[in-house]
Design a protein around this ligand. Structure first.
Ligand code: SF4
Length: 79
């Protein structure tokens, strides 16, 4: 697995904090009450994708930077 990139779409995030609940070392809230990625450390990609799946707004995107593959959300969601 190559470099993983996780981003939060602030046009979608409503600050529910679910992602912080699952991965408190990865996600934090910014001053506007929206999630930000503070560091992935050694978080495995399966856990990242599972957390992204839990986001009620589908605001979390997980990509493999080395291949450009979007691991979540799936293309059929049209995000
Ligand atoms: S779970 Fe989704 S909507 Fe909630 S804070 Fe995280 S990114 Fe934002």
């Amino acid at each position: 697995m190559g470099n993983i990139k996780v981003t939060v779409n602030h046009n979608r995030c409503v600050g529910s904090q679910l992602c912080m609940h699952f991965l408190p070392d990865v996600f934090d809230l910014d001053g506007n009450g929206q999630a930000i990625v503070c560091g992935l450390d050694d978080t495995d990609v399966t856990t990242l994708v599972q957390t992204a799946e839990q986001c009620p707004q589908c605001a979390i995107k997980v990509e493999d930077e080395s291949t450009g593959e979007v691991l979540f959300p799936p293309a059929e969601l049209g995000m």
